[in-house]
Design a protein around this ligand. Structure first.
Ligand code: PMT
Length: 209
């Protein structure tokens, strides 16, 4: 099968030297790419800026911004049988990027933000993807209700929820603990383990259910 996986953060420029981003390291998405490849599948990995090496034998597409990730997914998603959206995409970008470095002065600086495109939310409606669609949900409260809401609104077959308020799992950690919510109403909990082990179990589960 052919997999498309998004990973890492996006970077939204403010001026030539500054940006808005988040703490995603890419470890979870890269572990998924490795697990899918080890199970014998073809993998296209669309990655925001990270400092970890790409898994061998994957087609790596590097992007910086959410708009670049949107475009990269749009032109490739319909070649895939399974699409997994693990990237921590910035929901907002700076409305007017300064061409020059913003100078320090005594005044407050106000940055106006505008919404980025929802890449996962566009998979069915705009890109016309008909394969198996897997989203992630980074939650700090009401994990089940929020994850199920995303599953339905975005037309996913599965949503993988992780509690990103915990310091021992999630963003920039080597371990994770997740609950998989399926469109058929079933759930599966994967207790805390390395991201490699969690990724392997996610790939197995989404292909066998
Ligand atoms: O990279 P690591 O350090 O290993 O950390 C892993 C992780 C915590 C980033 C990962 O496990 C995770 O939770 N990824 C999803 C992060 C996220 O942005 O969640 P969300 O609940 O805000 O978004 C929901 C879904 O929509 C996600 O599949 C996301 O990729 C997607 N999305 C969000 C916004 C947007 N504009 N476009 C999207 O496609």
């Amino acid at each position: 099968m052919r997999f498309l996986i998004t990973a890492g953060p996006t970077r939204e420029p403010i001026d030539p030297v500054r940006y808005l981003s988040n703490r995603s390291s890419g470890k979870m998405g890269y572990a998924l790419a490795k697990a899918a490849r080890n199970a014998g599948h073809e993998v296209t990995l669309i990655s925001g800026p990270v400092s970890i090496p790409a898994p061998e034998s994957t087609d790596l597409v590097r992007v910086e911004t959410a708009v670049e990730m949107f475009d990269a997914v749009k032109i490739r998603i319909n070649e895939a049988d399974v699409a997994i959206f693990c990237a921590a995409v910035a929901d907002y970008r700076i409305k007017e990027i300064s061409a020059e470095k913003i100078k320090k002065n005594d005044e407050e600086v106000t940055l106006t933000l505008m919404q980025n495109p929802d890449i996962l939310g566009s998979a069915r409606s705009e890109f016309g993807f008909t394969g198996r669609l897997v989203g992630f949900a980074a939650e700090t409260e009401n994990v089940e209700a929020n994850a199920r809401g995303k599953l339905e609104r975005k037309g996913c077959d599965f949503v993988v929820a992780n509690d990103v308020s915990r310091r021992d799992i999630g963003f920039d950690r080597d371990a994770n603990e997740v609950i998989l919510f399926a469109a058929d109403g079933s759930t599966m909990r994967l207790d805390r383990a390395s991201k490699d082990e969690i990724a392997k179990a996610i790939i197995q589960h989404i292909l066998t259910r």
